[in-house]
Design a protein around this ligand. Structure first.
Ligand code: COA
Length: 157
């Protein structure tokens, strides 16, 4: 039997309240305290969580992502992030599975994020320079998946 055959399968689940501390630990390990200075964090401080998903192996949380309720201009949308997979579980498709869970949840609603185009481009995210976040942000990292490029101020909802 190969090692791969005895590995526990990883499940993508809805995040539960009891996962919050594990998710926080993963995010802190990936981004450090510097994340609190980010403009994206200002949105998350005030927005409602619309959904959260975790990758679970043997009951242990090894990946996580959240979606937040926002508006872009007068249009309801979702803000994705942070997304993180534990360092020893990367490059096996879990990040893609977490993004896909978000896309499935969003349905017709557009998703905005601040992230790396080389990673998110593979899921169809495109630059959205007309979506204006309230704070310093590299416009090239503002990305959108959905119908019609969004325009206007981004606010928590
Ligand atoms: C980004 C992240 C969630 C991806 O998780 P993952 O489970 O490794 O993702 P996948 O297995 O679906 O994809 C891995 C591929 O994405 C690439 N990749 C990962 N991060 C990338 C990035 N920031 N830019 C471009 N490519 C990236 C990997 O090199 C790998 O490439 P390969 O398929 O050619 O080997 C994970 O690397 C992570 O937690 N990073 C630290 C937190 C972070 O930076 N999050 C935000 C990213 S903008």
């Amino acid at each position: 039997m190969t090692d791969a055959a005895v590995q526990t399968p990883v499940r993508i689940d809805a995040e539960r309240p009891a996962d919050a501390a594990s998710v926080e630990a993963l995010v802190m390990a990936a981004f450090g305290p510097g994340r609190f200075a980010k403009t994206a964090e200002r949105i998350r401080e005030h927005a409602a969580v619309a959904a959260g998903f975790v990758a679970r192996e043997d009951g242990r949380v090894i990946g996580a992502v959240r979606l937040w309720s926002i508006t872009v201009g007068d249009r309801p949308a979702l803000f994705l992030g942070p997304i993180t997979v534990s360092a020893d579980s990367r490059r096996s498709g879990l990040g893609a599975d977490l993004v896909q869970a978000c896309v499935d949840h969003a349905g017709e609603t557009g998703i905005l994020l601040v992230g790396d185009a080389p990673y998110f481009g593979r899921f169809g995210f495109r630059h959205a320079p007309e979506a204006r976040l309230q704070g310093p942000v590299d416009r090239r990292r503002v990305l959108w998946l959905g119908r019609d490029e969004p325009a206007g101020a981004v606010h928590p909802a």
